[in-house]
Write a protein that binds this ligand. Structure first.
Ligand SMILES: [Zn+2]
Length: 335
């Protein structure tokens, strides 16, 4: 019996390896991502996003106006009944203001309660959003969402329901530090649990040709959070945190000086932007490289607020180098 079980387990593992190899191709970003090039000309710490174009995608919209097959989902407040699309749009509009304060040109995939374009089905509707950001030649694509976290799963911890997280396309290492900085600033700014950055082959992420992050700000199925999310001041706070995350990315990944207090003067917000930025930036660094089942693996140290934590970050083995970078991302659960 024991031998049989070992063989069965072995076959199971083999099937998993084959299956993961098969889906790997499908998971890669459809296009190589365009790096965010620093602005040409002298650096202006007071207008750090001058010359950059950022695309904001308020997720969903137009709830209830379309048949299910053309509607892209979205959740509802468990107490208030407010639609996710409406909350996403409020946060996106505040984020648009903040990014403009930092000097950016901002493009929005929608500015009212509608879906994107006249797309005939869900997939086309999502493609419409990434096609829009590709057509506008944006440097960064940020999709704003609020989730509905399942609570009936094994190991669910109620104290972690109120959490923020971010997604990037699998293997999209360029967007990883941006996503890390955004979710860290959100967690710090809202006091949510940081669920980190996870790979996901969402259409909007895979098809965007630039740095692309999908943010789940916080869950609409937490009754108290739902109440908070109905207040514009709270949506504004979330937007400010996302903006600080974007600027922290420039600070850390591109070694840029940012005059946070001049971009966001203390009087315009209850947050001291410099303190909030200092307390949430994420800096990752390679610790050592090792090999695991034919994959070259990097062990990465990253720091938040100066605290160093250790996580693994797997890189492609040399035989996969020709393909877009493949990364198994086991990281950023900042507890
Ligand atoms: Zn959503």
């Amino acid at each position: 019996m024991k031998k049989g079980r070992i063989i069965l387990t072995g076959l199971g593992v083999l099937a998993l390896v084959i299956a993961s190899a098969c889906v790997r191709g499908a998971l890669y970003p459809k296009y190589p991502k365009k790096a965010w090039q620093p602005t040409a000309g002298p650096w202006n710490a007071r207008a750090p996003l001058a010359g950059a174009t950022l695309c904001i995608d308020p997720g969903h919209g137009g709830e209830g106006r379309f048949p299910k097959e053309v509607y892209t989902g979205g959740t509802k407040g468990v107490v208030s009944g407010q639609t996710e699309g409406a909350v996403n749009l409020r946060v996106a509009q505040y984020l648009q203001q903040d990014l403009r304060l930092a000097g950016a040109k901002v493009e929005m995939t929608r500015t009212e309660d509608v879906r994107c374009g006249q797309a005939p089905d869900r997939h086309a509707e999502l493609l419409c959003r990434s096609d829009f950001s590709n057509a506008k030649n944006c440097d960064v694509f940020i999709s704003i969402h609020h989730d509905f976290t399942p609570t009936d799963i094994p190991g669910f911890r109620p104290e972690r329901l109120r959490a923020s997280r971010a997604y990037i396309a699998p293997g999209d290492e360029l967007s990883l530090p941006l996503a890390q900085n955004i979710v860290s600033a959100l967690s710090q700014g809202l006091g949510t649990f940081n669920k980190g950055v996870m790979p996901s082959s969402l259409v909007v992420l895979k098809n965007a040709r630039m740095l692309a992050v999908l943010v789940e700000v916080s869950p609409l199925n937490d009754p108290e959070e739902d109440q908070r999310l109905s207040r514009p001041e709270y949506n504004q706070k979330a937007a400010r945190a996302i903006a600080l995350g974007v600027l922290n990315y420039l600070r850390v990944a591109q070694s840029r000086d940012i005059a946070f207090r001049e971009v966001f003067p203390p009087s315009s917000s209850e947050l001291d932007s410099q303190v909030a930025a200092d307390e949430s930036y994420v800096r990752a660094g390679l610790e050592k490289r090792w090999t695991f089942s034919g994959l070259e693996c990097d062990e990465v140290l990253y720091g938040i607020r100066g605290e160093i934590r250790q996580r693994r970050f797997l890189r492609p083995s040399s035989r996969f180098r020709e393909e877009p970078a493949f990364a198994l991302i086991d990281l950023v659960h900042c507890e």
